[in-house]
Design a protein around this ligand. Structure first.
Ligand SMILES: Cc1cc2nc3c(=O)[nH]c(=O)nc-3n(C[C@H](O)[C@H](O)[C@H](O)COP(=O)(O)O)c2cc1C
Length: 184
């Protein structure tokens, strides 16, 4: 059987982003039967419908839509901005949802994990994304939810995740694997 292609989208392009650390951890935890790739989104200029309407679709949009289409499953790893998702991620979700009627997201499994130095672990961001994914018909894993709070206290002096946090994330990864396998 062909490998299940998982596309990971990370809501921060910041150097040393905690969300990238979580994404890297999950990529290592996913089994070999999954082909895992981070989908680049920080090169996407802000969505404007005129580009498509005037046949001026940026190449980055076209490439990104193709990449999303070729994924069998998605995983969203994100920080929280002002109790919602970062614009980087919303922009990516919007771009691959258009032109109208040509969304490339639908019908595939997905999951969300959020992270924050604050205690709530990006709850607002996580749940706003969940709402958008519902509309985009991404079959989003409901349980376990994962809000990784107090992240600065979950890394050692070298910036490495503490074992306990890694294990906490592993239970999410294991559930995600089971969830995705329901579809393939
Ligand atoms: C514009 C902005 C808004 C933020 N709003 C929130 C917030 O609502 N909740 C929260 O927990 N952290 C908030 N933060 C702090 C981020 O959680 C923190 O900067 C985090 O490290 C960003 O994620 P990253 O490490 O993956 O880049 C905000 C940061 C920025 C830049």
């Amino acid at each position: 059987m062909e490998k299940v292609r998982v596309g990971i989208l990370v809501g921060s392009a910041r150097k040393n982003a905690f969300s990238q650390l979580i994404a890297d951890t999950i990529m290592k935890q996913l089994p070999d039967e999954f082909e895992v790739k981070q989908v680049k989104i920080d090169n996407l200029i802000m969505f404007n419908q005129d580009y498509d309407d005037n046949n001026e679709t940026p190449k980055e949009y076209a490439d990104f839509r193709e990449e999303v289409k070729n994924c069998d499953a998605y995983l969203f790893v994100t920080p929280e901005y002002n109790r919602s998702m970062p614009p980087l991620l919303k922009n990516a979700l919007d771009i691959a949802s258009r032109p109208a009627g040509q969304s490339v997201w639908g019908g595939k499994p997905g999951a969300i994990i959020s992270v924050s130095p604050g205690v709530m672990g990006g709850f607002g961001s996580n749940n706003h994304i969940r709402q958008v994914l519902m509309f985009l018909d991404i079959r989003t894993m409901q349980q376990p939810e994962r809000y990784i709070g107090n992240i600065s206290e979950c890394v050692d002096e070298h910036g490495k995740l503490l074992l306990a946090t890694e294990k906490f994330i592993h239970t999410f990864t294991d559930s995600y694997v089971k969830w995705v396998k329901n579809f393939y």
